[in-house]
Ligand binder design. Structure first.
Ligand SMILES: Cc1ncc(COP(=O)(O)O)c(C=O)c1O
Length: 404
C-alpha cells in the first residue's frame, strides 16, 4: 500500500466510525431535547458520536452482572491514570494523589470553596466556560476577571483568524492582596487555545510570585486538533505541581459525560486534604458505571481517540473554510483543541447571534455573553457532530446571514 492509499483508507475508517447519524432525540439528551424538533442543536458540549466499543462492551458486561451496590476504590483506574500521565506528558504522580469526583463543575466549585475565605479573590480570563464565573459567586468568593488579549493572526494561506492569549501585564495590575486562586482553562473553552510551554511557564511564575493556587481545568486536553500538543501546567516542575489542582476526565474525550466520572490530581497533600474535607458529606461518590466506563476508556480507547481527532480536525477545517469562503466578515478562532469554534458576528451588526440564529436559522449555538462580557456579538459553535449535520448547520447559518 503506498502512502496515499494508507491515508485514504485511514480516512474512510474514520468516516465509517463517525459518519453514521444516531437519532438522539429520544435518548434523554439535554442537547437534543431542550429545543423543539425544528432546531439543530450545536450548543452544550457533548458529541453526537457513540462511545468506543470497548466502553460499551465493559458497560454491557457490568450491567449483565445485575447487582449495582456501592463501588470499591477503583485501583486499576488509578494505575491507568498514572501510566497515561507518565506516557503522554512525562508527568509522574502517585495513585493516591487522585481524587475522584462526579463532575468537573463540582470540582471548580469545590476548589473555589476551599480557597481562602469568604470574599477572597479568584482570577479568571474571559471569555470563559460559564461555571468559571458562577463558581466564585456560588462559593462567596470575588471574581477578578482579566480578559484574554485578542489579536488577529494570519494562516500560512494569508487567512485571518482570532488569536487569544493571557495578558500578563493586566493580570499583574489586577492581582489583589486577597487573591488566592487562578482558575485556568487549558485547553480554553470557548477560544480553543492549548497554551504553549512559554505561556504556561509565565503563568506558573505569575502564580508562584503572588502565592496563588492554580486550578487547571484540562477536561478538553485529549481533544487535540492537527498537530497540537497538550501540556499540563503541573507537569512543568515540582514547585508548580505543589501549588496546583488539575481537573481531568474521560468524559469529553470518549463522550461519556452523562456517566459522571472525573478526577482531580493534587500532589500537595495539604491541598488535597482541604479539598477532600470540603467535599466530605456533600459531593457524592462516582457511580459504578462511571468507573467501569473510565477504566475501559483509558485501557482500550486510544486508537478510537486518534480517529476522533482526525474527524474533528476535518470538521474544524471545514467550519473555517466555509466561513472564509462564504461569509468572510465572520471572524473566528482556528481552535487548536476542543470541538468548539468561537465566532464573531459583530461585522453583521448582530448584537445577539444566539437569538438571531435560533430565530432565523433554527440552529442553537452557545450564547456569547454567557462566557462573560467579551462574548457580546459572539457565539460558540459545537462541531462535535457528523460531517453531514455540520454541513446542514453551516448552510442554514449562511442562508440566514445572507437574508439578514
Ligand atoms: C472547560 C469545561 N469544564 C467542565 C465542563 C463540564 O464538566 P462536568 O460535566 O464534568 O461537570 C465543561 C463542559 O463543557 C467544560 O467545557
Amino acid at each position: 500500500m503506498n502512502q496515499q492509499t494508507t491515508l485514504l483508507s485511514n480516512t474512510s475508517n474514520t468516516d465509517e466510525l463517525f459518519d453514521p447519524a444516531i437519532d438522539r432525540r429520544n435518548s434523554d439528551s439535554a442537547k437534543w431535547n431542550f429545543y423543539g424538533e425544528e432546531i439543530l442543536p450545536l450548543w452544550v458540549a457533548d458529541m453526537d458520536f457513540a462511545s468506543p466499543k470497548p466502553i460499551l462492551d465493559a458497560l454491557h458486561k457490568r450491567i449483565d452482572h445485575g447487582v449495582f451496590g456501592y463501588a470499591s476504590d477503583p485501583v486499576r483506574l488509578r494505575e491507568l491514570i498514572c501510566d497515561r500521565l507518565d506516557s503522554l506528558y512525562n508527568w509522574q504522580i502517585a495513585p493516591d494523589q487522585i481524587v475522584f469526583l462526579p463532575g468537573l463543575v463540582s470540582g471548580l466549585n469545590l476548589v473555589a470553596r476551599a480557597s481562602g475565605e469568604q470574599g477572597s479573590g479568584i482570577m479568571v480570563n474571559t471569555p470563559i466556560y460559564p461555571p468559571f464565573l458562577s463558581a466564585p459567586t456560588n462559593q462567596e468568593r470575588v471574581i477578578q476577571d482579566v480578559p484574554l488579549a485578542m489579536s488577529q493572526r494570519k494562516t500560512a494561506h494569508d487567512q485571518s483568524y482570532l488569536h487569544y492569549e493571557m495578558d500578563f501585564d493586566a493580570m499583574d495590575a489586577a492581582v489583589e492582596p486577597n487573591t488566592r486562586l487562578f482558575m485556568l482553562c487549558n485547553p480554553h473553552n470557548p477560544v480553543g487555545r492549548a497554551y504553549d510551554r512559554a505561556e504556561l511557564e509565565q503563568l506558573a511564575t505569575f502564580c508562584l510570585r503572588h502565592n496563588l493556587t492554580i486550578c487547571s481545568d484540562e477536561i478538553h486536553s485529549d481533544l487535540l486538533l492537527g498537530e497540537t500538543k497538550h501540556i499540563p501546567i503541573a507537569a512543568l516542575n515540582p514547585e508548580i505541581a505543589a501549588a496546583s489542582i488539575t481537573l481531568m476526565a474521560p468524559s469529553k474525550t470518549f463522550n461519556i459525560p452523562g456517566l459522571g466520572c472525573s478526577l482531580a490530581i493534587i500532589p500537595n497533600s495539604e491541598l488535597r486534604q482541604r479539598l477532600e474535607k470540603t467535599a466530605s458529606g456533600i459531593v457524592p461518590h462516582v457511580n459504578l458505571l462511571g468507573f467501569v466506563a473510565a477504566t475501559a476508556a483509558y485501557e482500550y480507547g486510544e486508537s478510537w481517540l486518534a480517529s476522533l481527532r482526525e474527524y474533528l480536525t476535518v470538521n474544524r477545517n471545514r467550519v473555517f473554510d466555509f466561513f472564509k469562503k462564504n461569509l468572510p466578515d465572520v471572524e473566528m478562532t482556528l481552535p487548536e483543541a476542543t470541538y468548539l469554534a468561537w465566532l464573531d458576528f459583530r461585522a453583521y451588526g448582530i448584537t445577539d447571534p444566539y437569538q438571531f440564529f435560533l430565530d432565523h436559522a433554527k440552529i442553537a449555538l452557545g450564547s456569547g455573553t454567557s462566557f462573560g462580557a467579551p462574548g457580546k456579538g459572539y457565539a460558540r459553535l459545537n462541531f462535535g457532530t457528523t460531517h453531514a449535520t455540520l454541513e446542514q448547520a453551516l448552510e442554514r447559518m449562511a442562508d440566514a446571514l445572507t437574508r439578514a
